[in-house]
Write a new protein. Structure first.
Length: 66
């Protein structure tokens, strides 16, 4: 898999994904707390530096290699 997620995009994905997963554990009284688990997706794509949707639509936020 080719890397297509750049620096700032990657950091934002990791922070947002971690915050959503943390919300799952801290907000256990809510009936819809399972929705916080959607944070797994941005966390995984940020850690792997690749996004399948970016590949489908042809986006690339990685800097060009010279």
């Amino acid at each position: 898999m080719t890397k297509n997620v750049g620096g700032i995009d990657r950091i934002l994905r990791i922070v947002i994904g971690a915050a959503l997963i943390l919300g799952f554990f801290l907000n256990s009284a809510n009936g819809y707390n399972w929705l916080y688990l959607i944070g797994i997706v941005p966390l995984a794509t940020g850690l792997m530096s690749t996004c399948p949707l970016y590949k489908i639509f042809g986006f690339n936020t990685c800097p060009m290699k010279k």
